[in-house]
Design a protein around this ligand. Structure first.
Ligand code: GTP
Ligand code: MG
Length: 536
């Protein structure tokens, strides 16, 4: 069991190609977890272990890793940066106190940099910015820092700076000596301290009255300032040459929040109130499912959980959301990319992975029966790209349903629907690349081939204006005579109104017996389903 204050949970967020996976790799290498630095080109990083990731040279899923540095356990979640795979990144944000937004030093602020910075802010995470690829020849790092401050606010302040040779790092948190092409260490230090003291009234007063604030006091206030967001530290790295990586690890262990510092998870209870969950290992169990994956070889399902309070071991009776029946769990695992190491127990503040629990879904609230409610996940973008599928052969047909179900379980932004009108099987995702990758995964992993085509557009007739109709029914030939007379007025309801039919009587005195109403409604609904003019 690791002491809660000795844990740091960090999620790496940022646009595709900014170097998150390489950075995670170099952190593991620096700490001796791996003895060879893997690379994207050699397809041998710990994080991008999936065949599809290796083939494409970028991350598709989130991956969990861990290391120890300066006596602290650092859990790292590497996330994909391409907009098509943003679901996995968003899903990981609630799992970590620290959100590190990685920016490519050469290409600067990109679309997902902004989206993910905003998502981390909305989720109240302690944010930091890592400018990676500081070695890139065309990088104007001074200009980039200015753009970051303009886009994300003046709270973004440099904690270190690249040396003129881009081979070294100049600390400006505890040091005022040295000069970087961006600025001198003394000015950076002053700018940084200004923002840190803002989180503490006493320190702020002392600072404004001209007192020199000691490095110890700055250190004591830094975590508070990061959580409050008065400072968003900027650090520089070159992940390929592992420059700035030790400095990054030192910063995380000494200045960034542990689960004991916060921000804390909040549980939305059934009565509408909120309960803050403090990371107490002795308290009841509470956690959320942050990642799901199926092993490409064994097909085994792995569910990763962030534990907010309590403890989980092989004997735990695991409750999921408001289900009444507990699940039996096997040995908890701690994941290093694709490799799971059995651990006795996982406690508050940690991440843990459980095998073979088919019932678990992304975002599920797990507990031991003593908590009730839901921990909210960040909003997910709606899948807007669609493809209609047809199994390539009869053999594929039988396997298609279960393969699609597994793919949808892993990815909150991938949905499978059957269009009730066109009867087509349709997959929906965030972009063309998203859908192509899912189909490739289905082919390689589950050996299911499909033919695709653009989905038929389910055109629907609708009412565009107001109209009155009248029909008289008379039947006198044979048996009892029948007579009926109907007056119907139709006009458009509000667009997308739910329910789509708004029905009311326009008659005074109640001369029509109520028993006719269901038949009338059925008639109208049948016509609405089939259309009047063109039959759809
Ligand atoms: N020159 C240089 N190249 C780097 C650095 N960091 C990463 N790269 C290269 O940049 C490319 C992209 O790196 P990744 O680590 O895959 O980037 P990522 O952010 O994980 O990308 P996604 O998984 O697509 O979000 C790879 O070819 C890396 O070798 C760096 O600091 N300097
Ligand atoms: Mg990556």
């Amino acid at each position: 069991m690791t002491n809660v204050s000795d844990i740091r949970n960090i999620v790496l967020l940022g646009h595709g190609g900014s170097g998150k996976t390489s950075l995670a790799e170099s952190m593991l290498h620096k700490c001796g977890v791996i003895n060879r630095l893997g690379s994207i080109t050699d397809k041998n990083t710990v994080s991008d272990f999936d065949d599809e990731e290796k083939a494409r040279g970028h991350s598709i899923h989130s991956a969990l890793m861990y290391l120890t540095h300066a006596g602290k356990l650092i859990n790292i979640i590497d996330t994909p940066g391409y907009p098509d795979f943003i679901g996995a990144a968003l899903q990981s944000i609630p799992a970590a106190e620290i959100a590190a937004i990685v920016i490519n030093g050469a290409s600067g602020i990109e679309i997902n940099t902004r989206k993910l910075f905003a998502a981390a802010t909305a989720a109240n995470r302690a944010r930091m910015i890592i400018i990676n690829k500081m070695d890139a020849e065309n990088a104007d790092l001074g200009e980039l820092v200015a753009q970051i401050q303009e886009s994300f606010g003046p709270q973004c302040r440099c904690v270190n700076l690249p040396g003129a040779d881009k081979q070294s790092i100049i600390d400006c948190l505890t040091n005022t000596q040295g000069e970087s092409p961006i600025m001198d260490a003394a000015s950076a230090n002053m700018e940084l301290i200004e923002r840190v003291v803002e989180a503490d009234d006493t320190l702020m007063e002392a600072y404004l009255s001209g007192e020199t604030i000691s490095p110890e006091k700055i250190k004591g206030c830094f975590v508070k300032a990061m959580i409050a967001g008065t400072v968003v530290p900027i650090l520089f790295t070159d992940a390929r040459k592992e420059i700035g990586v030790t400095e990054l690890l030192n910063f995380i262990t000494s200045y960034a929040p542990s689960p004991a510092d916060g921000p804390f998870a909040s549980l939305k209870k059934p009565d509408g109130t909120t309960e803050i969950i403090k990371p107490d290992a002795a308290a009841p169990l509470a956690g959320i499912v942050i990642r799901l994956g199926f092993d490409s070889r064994s097909g085994m399902k792995y569910s990763s959980i962030r534990i907010f309070s309590g403890s989980l071991n092989a004997a735990t009776h695991l409750m999921v959301n408001d289900a009444k029946k507990p699940l039996r769990v096997g040995h908890p695992l701690r994941m290093q990319g694709n490799e799971g190491k059995e651990i006795e127990a996982a406690t508050a503040g940690e991440m843990v992975t459980l095998a073979k629990l088919d019932e678990l879904r992304l975002g599920d609230f797990i507990h031991d029966g003593k908590f009730e409610g839901k921990i909210e996940m960040p909003p997910m973008p709606k899948p807007m790209f669609s493809l209609a599928l047809e199994p390539a052969s009869r053999n594929d047909e039988s396997k298609l349903g279960s393969a699609l179900e597994k793919l949808a379980e892993e990815d909150a932004c991938f949905k499978v629907t059957r269009d009730p009108q066109t009867k087509e099987l349709v997959i929906n995702g965030l972009g063309d690349l998203h859908l192509r990758v899912m189909l490739a995964k289905m082919e390689h992993r589950y050996k299911v081939s499909v033919n695709t085509k653009p989905p038929k557009i389910p055109y629907r007739e609708t009412i565009t204006g107001k109209a009155d109709g009248h029909y008289r029914h008379k039947k006198q030939s044979g048996g009892a005579g029948q007579f009926g007379e109907v007056y119907l007025r139709v006009e458009p309801a509000e667009r997308n109104s739910d329910p789509s039919l708004v029905f009311s009587w326009d008659i005074f005195g109640g001369a029509i017996p109520g028993q006719y109403e269901p038949a009338i409604l059925k008639g109208i609904n049948d016509v609405m389903e089939c259309g009047v003019v063109a039959g759809f």
